[in-house]
Design a protein around this ligand. Structure first.
Ligand SMILES: [Fe+2]
Ligand SMILES: [Fe+2]
Length: 324
């Protein structure tokens, strides 16, 4: 005789094993983690979503608006929601990601300096406007969105470890004029694309290794990074009309650097890195590559007529595209 479970308890079981990354086993294998990464990319980096985020950019020039966050249940975040890796290592990577997110004011000022002469509207989107004394008059939308990331990660770290995160600030190279504003913009935008791409991959990977309130919290900065990535990628395609995959080579080391970031600085980090470093570096590299595969598929949709419709005539049209 077949015994049917009451529908209520069945749905309880189902809810416990599926999350934003699909099926959620307690201890996922490498292949199951890959499947979770792929599921997240299919959720957060669809072709239509990327196009929507790019289409939003020209409207930012006339009516600036930040992407609203879904509510986060901070108090619900706990180490039991870390899936398939040591929660201490997970917290370590959150700490590394937090340091990479700061100092945003210096980053947005740097972007403003590069973009102001070539494309004032994009400069305003990134870095807003300053008063004569250097104080902020209007904050750029990119800066406003980025400013939420480090505090969110800090709260996550505190929920996971019970400790406050002490931050080391990154140094920012700053504006290095080379006498050719568009050439400088080209190199600067590539740098920003690499950073957004790496950040999106790290958040996707962290979401593949988490569930519940923890996973939902990381989904917010992730969606901001995807939003920025689509905007910078599309802007660069419009301005320079050439694929830049060759320049993107070698960027995987950003992710490995992130894993190494705290090596030797925090308790037990050597043990954690020694055991798991290779596996996680492989998973992170896989995630980075899957994001690039999706971006390349989307890139094919970005016809010159669509980009002209969004941003007007490209500054490089008719000119020799000597941007190397
Ligand atoms: Fe960010
Ligand atoms: Fe970003």
């Amino acid at each position: 005789m077949t015994v049917l479970l009451p529908s209520r308890s069945y749905s309880k079981v189902a809810a416990a094993t599926f999350d934003l990354a699909g099926y959620c086993p307690k201890n996922p294998s490498y292949l199951q983690t890959r499947a979770r990464v792929n599921r997240l990319i299919d959720r957060y980096l669809t072709i239509s979503l990327l196009s929507d985020r790019l289409t939003d950019l020209p409207s930012q020039f006339t009516t600036p608006h930040t992407r609203p966050w879904e509510p986060i249940n901070w108090k619900g975040i706990n180490p039991d929601q870390v899936i398939g890796i040591d929660p201490a290592l997970f917290a370590l990577i959150i700490a590394g990601a937090t340091e990479i997110e700061a100092p945003i004011r210096a980053y947005s000022q740097e972007s403003w300096d590069y973009l102001e002469a070539a494309h004032p509207q994009m400069a305003f989107f990134m870095g807003g406007a300053c008063n004569g004394d250097g104080s902020i008059k209007t904050m750029g939308v990119w800066e406003k969105e980025e400013r939420q990331h480090a505090p969110a990660l800090r709260k996550i770290y505190q929920q996971l470890t019970g400790e406050k995160l002490q931050l080391k600030l990154n140094s920012v190279t700053g504006y290095q004029p080379n006498g050719d504003p568009w050439n400088a913009v080209y190199h600067h935008t590539l740098l920003r694309i690499t950073t957004e791409w790496s950040a999106a991959a790290v958040y996707l990977w962290l979401m593949a290794h988490s569930t519940g309130d923890l996973q939902q919290a990381i989904a917010q900065p992730l969606q901001d990074e995807v939003n920025h990535l689509a905007k910078f990628w599309g802007f660069n395609r419009w301005a320079f009309a050439e694929p830049f995959f060759t320049q993107m080579k070698g960027s995987t080391h950003n992710l490995v650097d992130l894993l190494k970031h705290h090596q030797g600085e925090r308790t037990h980090s050597d043990d954690l890195m020694g055991t798991d470093h290779l596996n996680h570096a492989i998973e992170l590299t896989f995630t980075l590559m899957r994001v690039m595969v999706r971006l390349r598929a989307w890139n094919k949709e970005l016809s010159p007529s669509f980009l002209t419709y969004l941003f007007g005539i490209s500054p490089m049209s008719g000119a020799s595209q000597d941007v190397a």
